[in-house]
Design a binder for this molecule. Structure first.
Ligand SMILES: Nc1ncnc2c1ncn2[C@@H]1O[C@H](COP(=O)(O)OP(=O)(O)OP(=O)(O)O)[C@@H](O)[C@H]1O
Length: 606
């Protein structure tokens, strides 16, 4: 699969209501409702203030102008100026009222989304592409804030202004008023149809932006592979295809908006032109005063913007409803119960029992229903203080098994106990305080060395940090960094070598002096010399803890007291390295293959 092809999570067939989606924002708007409501009321008053202008004009024309009263005209002009200033001041007040609270709403929604993402299980993150999550946390939340600032208020403000304006029009001359209002019913039908279509297109575009974000992210993170394999052209082609797909959707949106906006502009103009002709005839016949016609036409013109803006206000609202759906798709994902603060830590257990896996079965939630489970009845006992190496063919489920101990995934069946306590009965925070992990892929964050390592024991003293660095044989290179342990390691620690990253990940695992240690082939990126040093240090750590270590090569296996062979979803054999060499042909094959690879690596290093 190309690195830029990714899962899109929209369900186009699903029935949705834009209003219902947007109503879900209420809990976030609720705390600022007073200020938001005041701002909307101020905007309604400001907009309706503009409708006073035609009435003042009518008074000036039929009064001072008809009577040739110059002083009266000046007074009329002053009144028009005062109305204009009041309208501008009120709109300014509205902006001031909403700016800060609505930025706060966006920040609160973003914080909730981030917290949710932290609490959701690894299985969720396996299923969702990072770009889809990133675009929800950035572009979609921005759209929602814009919706609250603009369309939500102005659909109300313009609606009220149009109703008040229509009353004024009908009061001036009901026949001309009905003529100008004739296009309203067909325009309402048009807007409803448009909304439905536009909402679908907007949602598609948002999902495509998510796919595009994933593509950019993967290409940036995988730039070394792309360059190394000379794949930049094919990657660029795949990316262009994605961005052309998005461009097509955006053009479809623009066409829809163009048609609806064209009709919203043209149809009322036709009605207004007809009213102008008929009104002029009536003035010529003496059936209508010139002031009334001017007031009528300027009221109709004052209503142009509120009517014209409906098209793009509806478009923005539909985009916002798509963004709200996308946001709540993540927020509605169930969080495993005790992560939300249930289950207190159970007491009891059998102190000194070590780590036990009893009849553990596991199947990935998104695996093919017909496929056998990855783990199918694993029984293993790692005694307190003991180190067991887990060995098996590639893809047999070693990483999966190590992820079950700190409950990154939940067992499908069976149980895992720590000192006799079922991990499923412990709060996740408690499990992770007891079990420290280091994975094959050492993940570092764009923070200092100190912050990265102390993630394993927040608040630990400097001595603990340096002890852990010494254990991982990382103290030498960390001390030589420009700012020592306070040196920033760059995004994903990419400013460090693979071996350095892996040693920091190891230091993070041991800094909290964990009772249980789970290491997934933590020595894979080390050169033979460094590996020997880390092994020597690790041996000391392993002597003080209970450890399960995934091992691919004999040198790592020799760190362990016993070896467990994982095969066909079960533990096929347990014993010392020598015992398994003597008893298991599969184990001999595995070790022989790895020995051969080690020889090649050693030759390369020499
Ligand atoms: N998130 C996932 N969803 C579905 N299947 C998965 C997932 N992760 C791994 N698998 C499958 O589970 C099986 C075991 O994978 P796992 O990574 O545990 O193997 P492993 O023994 O650690 O392999 P290696 O030695 O190559 O690291 C593989 O068939 C893999 O395709």
């Amino acid at each position: 699969m190309s690195a830029v092809e990714n899962l899109s999570v929209a369900d186009p067939g699903k029935k949705r209501s834009a209003v219902r989606s947007l109503l879900r924002l209420w809990p976030y708007v609720r705390p600022v409702r007073a200020r938001f409501g005041t701002a909307a009321a101020v905007a309604v008053v400001a907009s309706c203030t503009g409708l006073i202008v035609p009435l003042v004009l009518k008074w000036i024309i039929d009064g001072p102008v008809a009577a040739r009263d110059t002083a009266g005209v000046w007074w009329g002009g002053a009144l028009l100026l005062a109305v204009g200033v009041a309208e501008a001041a009120l709109f300014g007040l509205r902006r001031w009222l909403v700016a800060r609270p609505l930025a706060g709403v966006e920040a609160a929604m973003r914080a909730d989304l981030y917290q949710r993402l932290q609490r959701l299980p690894v299985a969720f993150h396996d299923r969702w592409s990072s770009g889809q999550l990133l675009s929800r946390a950035t572009a979609d939340l921005n759209l929602l804030r814009l919706f609250l600032v603009f369309p939500l208020t102005f659909l109300l403000v313009n609606g009220v202004t149009i109703v008040v304006g229509c009353v004024i029009l009908l009061a001036q001359d009901w026949a001309l008023g009905l003529l100008v209002l004739a296009p309203v019913p067909p325009l309402i039908v048009l807007c409803t149809v448009f909304s439905r279509r536009y909402a679908g297109a907007a949602r598609t575009a948002q999902d495509q932006v998510g796919d595009l974000t994933t593509g950019v992210e993967e290409s940036v993170l995988g730039i070394r592979i792309i360059k190394g394999f000379g794949r930049h052209r094919s990657q660029a082609r795949a990316f262009r295809a994605l961005s052309e797909r998005l461009m097509g959707t955006e053009l479809h949106k623009a066409r829809l908006l163009g048609v609806v906006w064209g009709l919203i502009l043209a149809v009322p103009e036709l009605a207004l032109g007809t009213a102008l002709v008929l009104g002029t005839v009536q003035v010529a016949d003496g059936a209508l005063s010139a002031g009334t016609l001017v007031a009528f036409l300027s009221t109709a013109l004052a209503l142009r913007w509120p009517v014209e803006s409906i098209g793009f206000l509806l478009a923005m609202s539909n985009e916002a409803s798509g963004a709200a759906d996308r946001y709540f798709e993540v927020m509605d994902e169930p969080v495993p119960p005790e992560a939300a603060g249930a289950n207190p830590a159970p007491v009891g257990g059998r102190a000194g029992d070590g780590l036990r896996l009893e009849g553990v079965r596991f199947r990935y939630p998104d695996a093919d229903p017909g496929a056998p489970p990855v783990l199918d009845g694993v029984d293993l006992h790692v005694r307190t203080g003991e180190t067991v190496a887990l060995v098996g063919a590639t893809g047999c489920g070693k990483t999966t098994l190590t992820a079950l101990v700190p409950r990154l995934h939940e067992v499908t069946d069976g149980r895992i106990t720590l000192d006799g306590v079922d991990v499923a009965a412990l709060p996740r925070a408690e499990v992770r305080a007891r079990v420290a992990v280091a994975f094959e892929e050492p993940t570092l964050f764009s923070a200092s060395v100190r912050e990265n390592v102390l993630m394993g024991a927040p608040g630990a003293a400097d001595e603990e940090l340096w002890r852990a660095l010494r254990v991982a044989q990382a103290d030498g290179f960390v001390a030589a960094l420009p700012a020592g342990a306070d040196t920033e390691v760059g995004e994903q620690g990419l400013s460090l070598s693979g071996g350095q990253r892996q040693r920091l990940a190891l230091a993070r695992a041991v800094v909290g002096r964990p009772r249980f240690l789970v290491l997934d082939d933590p020595l894979s990126a080390l050169d033979v010399h460094t590996e020997a040093k880390v092994e020597a240090a690790l041996r000391k750590v392993l002597a003080t803890t209970t450890a399960l270590v995934v091992a691919h090569r004999p040198s790592t296996v020799l760190l362990a007291d016993r070896v467990a062979l994982l095969s066909g979803g079960r533990i096929a054999a347990v014993g010392t390295h020598e015992e398994l060499l003597a008893a298991s042909a599969e184990y001999r094959r595995l070790m022989a293959g790895d020995e051969a690879r080690d020889d090649v690596a050693r030759e390369g290093a020499l």
